[in-house]
Design a protein around this ligand. Structure first.
Ligand SMILES: [Zn+2]
Length: 448
């Protein structure tokens, strides 16, 4: 029995050795071609910068980047034919809050934020990241979080621990005491142990503004978010009140730019927005009540507008205290006319949605709403691809389908240039050459 056992062992080793060359071919063939080289085909492609589609759409992916547009599939490449679909650059949302959950019960959510532990909130944020990626959004600029959850989520995604979009994070949005970005707003004095400080994103002088920008960058910020006007969903402030002085705005933008960080300003009303534009801000978020002078200044300075029209879907189903409801209704009524005037004035527009004010994963609704306000489908698609990449400073890496760019590629059924709503039905998602979703293959990876 013992002899037989040894013989069997030897035979097993021999047969493994005999198979070895074949194994090697399989291994290297798999990594060099099967796993990392793809030829993606679809009826058409939108490259993120043109007005029309290219037919058919063929993108050759090698490793984490695009090797070529068009041409034959390289030998050994895995061919993925998506049929009647359109290949596009991975979508970009320039305004999300992935570490916050949507909850239509306003007061219930405030209580949840106080009772859920930070680990629980962090784990929940991974689900928000996943549904955002599966909806075709391969990059987000996440403009405000707390307890460094955005930094943690970004790092976990970058390490491949959880699936999610590439994140540019802001750490704390910077505002003033009692303003839209003061997390202690609406609570009794003393409840939260200390009055909000620069380390919490609350500043009240240019000196504190400088310190807070440096603090955010030290602890992981990719972008600096500021709050120069009141907000809609904050419980005690007027939405049109300026909340940062010109000197504070100037400092925030100057220090951020010195540290090679782009800047975003939450601004609903003209005066606060104008201070931010004068300071050289890179984007105005919301812009709800902007007047023609503010829009003209934005055009002159090349400032982006990020309209966040999608908030209306969450606001419609939310239960607010009367003061907040009044502000929300006023804002929703003003958004469309402002965006129409911005488009007419030639202001640069990037897609951003304020995800968390409505359910995560519905980001593509913004494409539909931008078109309803007068954009052509090609303009809206550029807002959510090449224009947003430009705003984020990532135009050399993402935002278009071109050789050398990172392989962030999505596909939608049919033709979004004829029916923009198909952006809400993404069937294929690839980020940096890795497939996260393919509803048109037998073995779908949906739900990773
Ligand atoms: Zn926001």
């Amino acid at each position: 029995m013992r002899q037989f056992g040894l013989e069997r062992q030897r035979n097993a080793i021999c047969s493994a050795l005999m198979r070895f060359p074949l194994f090697l071919v399989f291994l290297f063939g798999w990594s060099a071609y099967g796993q990392s080289t793809y030829a993606l085909r679809a009826a058409r492609m939108f490259d993120g910068k043109s007005d029309g589609p290219v037919q058919p759409g063929i993108v050759i992916v090698d490793g984490n980047s695009i090797r070529a547009i068009g041409g034959p599939a390289p030998t050994g490449a895995t061919v993925i034919d998506l049929g009647d679909a359109t290949l596009l650059p991975g979508f970009i949302d320039a305004h999300t809050h992935l570490t916050m959950d949507f909850n239509p019960d306003y007061n219930g959510q405030r209580l949840e934020n106080l009772t859920r532990t930070i680990p629980e909130q962090s784990i929940r944020s991974t689900a928000n990241a996943r549904v955002t990626l599966m909806a075709g959004f391969t990059t987000v600029r996440d403009v405000g979080s707390s307890s460094f959850m955005d930094v943690g989520l970004r790092n976990a995604i970058n390490s491949g621990i959880v699936p999610g979009p590439r994140m540019l994070v802001a750490v704390h949005a910077l505002g003033s005491t009692g303003g839209h970005c003061d997390e202690g707003d609406g609570f009794r004095f003393g409840l939260l142990n200390h009055e909000s400080r620069p380390e919490d994103g609350v500043i009240n002088s240019p000196e504190e503004a400088e310190y807070a920008v440096r603090f955010n960058v030290k602890y992981g910020a990719d972008v600096i978010k500021s709050c120069p006007t009141g907000g809609v969903l904050s419980p005690t402030d007027d939405v049109d009140a300026p909340q940062l002085t010109q000197a504070e705005m100037n400092t925030i933008v100057a220090i951020a730019h010195e540290l090679h960080r782009k800047t975003a300003a939450h601004a609903h009303a003209p005066e606060g927005a104008k201070r931010a534009i004068r300071a050289g801000i890179d984007s105005i978020e919301h812009g709800t009540f902007l007047d023609d002078e503010a829009l003209r200044m934005m055009r002159e300075h090349g400032t982006y507008l990020v309209p966040t029209l999608s908030v209306r879907s969450g606001i419609a189903e939310s239960k607010f205290p009367p003061f907040v409801r009044q502000k929300a209704d006023l804002a929703i009524r003003s958004q469309d006319s402002m965006v129409r005037r911005a488009i007419a004035a030639g202001v640069k527009i990037a897609l951003g949605t304020d995800a968390a004010v409505y359910p995560h994963g519905n980001n593509a609704l913004e494409f539909v709403l931008l078109c309803a306000d007068g954009m052509t489908p090609a303009q809206a698609l550029r807002a959510g691809t090449s224009a947003a990449a430009d705003l984020l400073g990532l135009q050399g890496k993402i935002g278009t389908l071109e050789a050398g760019k990172l392989a962030d590629i999505v596909a939608v059924p049919g033709n979004p240039l004829e029916d923009i709503k198909v952006t809400q039905s993404v069937v294929f998602v690839m980020k940096e050459g890795k497939i996260y979703r393919n509803d048109r293959s037998g073995a779908s990876t949906k739900g990773l």
